[in-house]
Design a protein around this ligand. Sequence first.
Ligand SMILES: Nc1nc2c(ncn2[C@@H]2O[C@H](COP(=O)(O)OP(=O)(O)OP(=O)(O)O)[C@@H](O)[C@H]2O)c(=O)[nH]1
Ligand SMILES: [Mg+2]
Length: 310
Amino acid sequence: MSTQHQETAASPVLPPPPVDSNKAIAEVRPFGADLPRPRSSAPADMVRTVPSGSSAAAPTVSLVIPTKNEAANVGWVLEQIPNCVDEVVLVDGRSSDATLVTALSYRADLRVVVQQGSGKGDALRAGFLAASGDIVVMIDADGSMAPQEIPHFLHFLSNGYDFVKGSRFMGGGGSLDITRTRRLGNRALLHLVNVLYRAQLTDLCYGFCAFHRRYLPFLNLTTPGFEIETQMTISALRAGLRIAEVPSLEMPRRCGRSNLRTFRDGTRVLRTVLREHQTGLSGRAVQSVRHLVHGSSGAVVARPSGELLP
Ligand SMILES: Nc1nc2c(ncn2[C@@H]2O[C@H](COP(=O)(O)OP(=O)(O)OP(=O)(O)O)[C@@H](O)[C@H]2O)c(=O)[nH]1
Ligand SMILES: [Mg+2]
């Protein structure tokens, strides 16, 4: 059976494609999923059992949204959250504007976490710990990511994948926001990750992701800032999680100023990539074992029809 690390799926505005379940649904219950930590760095999908039946209840979904002075944008995001989301956790970085009041006026059932530290990474960690759903999705509050894309992420998580990340640079994705400098930086850092960790990803510094909450300990999240997205991806690679990329359209932030500083945060991402590579079992080793066990034609391509091709 082939495994894969990369998907090309339908346009982000289309409903999730049907999937050839014989090929796409792999072993989905990781051995030791309930343990607080992985027992070893062995690829998580190499120690799985096949699900016993189809009677399991639908997984619940938590959406984690970090906010820092997003009063003008957060309502737009909250309004569009699809019904498949059961819980919305908003982690506020002590906004000095009306973010919290506005958010609560749009969604009274919001779970608000007031961040103790600072930085997007710190906020997401707090949100992930507060989330109670089986699946955790993260999305920005500035209106640059469309909540309507969330079902695409869930689709792949329900079909054997462990960690699903949005990609702006695969067929069907795009960015109306990224500057030339950031695009070049993202491409260079992505290339480095693909070489160091033997991956075939198409995007790196993008914060629209979803994963099974049981894998949170595998992600080893420690970074405080925007480099958290990179750390999540690298940790998923190192843990041998089955990663899918789904196309995503990044829009310009609706109002306000970005919190990201291109060179400062780019440097932090680079440091994260190198540091993670130097510690513990390298992602490259894990991926090499995967390629050995599952064959070299690991990548499969999901056509808009849902057909998976090796
Ligand atoms: N809680 C919290 N949220 C933050 C912090 N920094 C950024 N955020 C949120 O994280 C999300 C992404 O931040 P942005 O400033 O949009 O950064 P970006 O999307 O990488 O950069 P742009 O493309 O320029 O918008 C937004 O929802 C921010 O409000 C922080 O320190 N604490
Ligand atoms: Mg943004």
